[in-house]
Design a protein around this ligand. Sequence first.
Ligand code: SIN
Ligand code: CO
Length: 388
Amino acid sequence: MSSDKPLQLLGGLTAQQFLRDYWQKKPLLVRQAFTDFENPISPDELAGLALEEEIESRIVVEHGEHPWELRRGPFTEDTFATLPEKDWTLLVQAVDQFVPEVSALLEPFRFLPTWRIDDVMISYAAPGGGVGPHFDHYDVFLLQGHGKRTWRVGQMCNAESPLLEHADLRILADFQETEAWTLEPGDMLYLPPRLAHFGTAVDDCMTYSVGFRAPSASEVLTHFTDFLSQFIPDDERYSDADIQPVSDPNQIQHDALARLKDLLAQHMGDDRLLLTWFGQFMTEPRYAERVAGTELSEEDLLDALGDGAVMVRNPSARLAWSEMGSELMLFASGQSRLLPGTLRGLLQLVCSADALHQTNLAPWLADDEAVTLLSQLVLQGSLGFADE
Ligand code: SIN
Ligand code: CO
């Protein structure tokens, strides 16, 4: 995607200007980021999703059993029938995985790496509804889908920012408003991580949150070292063949630290393993049980494509690719595959195309490695056949 074109999504800024001046730094309000915005899912359909067992949903009731009461889904029709007239919000996570028209909203965000995108969460709020003043650890684009919502933004927060004493939600005890805007359908507000914000529904309204993900430093360290440790033999130990006689046997000498740092650097500095771990970690699906495949021989795959079958990415799968020396790595839903550099075009196609068929796959169908890869992705569940 060209980064020097003014984008309507960014209020006429280029991707480059937005990333330089706003991304991870300060909020940006864009009026009519989507013109003539058509709400892709109705409040009733959203409530329907919240009844489903496998879909994460929450309801926040401002004046519930206690202030800012959090209820977790799945809900029943009864839940909705007994909610108050106002001051509550329903939030449904990862609707992009269930509704293709919601997933399509992500298209204009492709100037950012797909593996940084978490999901599209949708909230429906009755008048006055909101989830309280809070901050998130992630970037978010808040797109107004239906009705009006007022967003107030405040101070930058951190782990020390005082919170209300409350078991369920992380509500800020002290919200210092700096700006406020009322958003209408098609308007969008970008918020950087840790910026205090507080949305309140003016009338009944829906907001689409395009949320990003960034692992915490502590997650990176624990998960990467866990992954690394599988490859380190038990006989590899702290060693000090160069040790000198010590003057005080009870002191830990600093040369021990130097040896430990060497040991850590040897492993932590392994780019191949770091990339392998990171790609696997970042493509781990949110709903692993939705990424289940079917056995399909390469011959049957070719026959199906020849008969006009169309393959699509599983909406619950996550895919990414990278270079590893002269070879390539494909990461698919938590797994990695080392592949020859000749498959670059296929990896790009698999990660980006809306559909895979005889025509766009034509350059690859006589390549054994390419066909094996496609059938493995079907077996793994990252690719599947579109319904007729
Ligand atoms: C909402 O849509 O009501 C909540 C989104 C947020 O503040 O993160
Ligand atoms: Co938030």
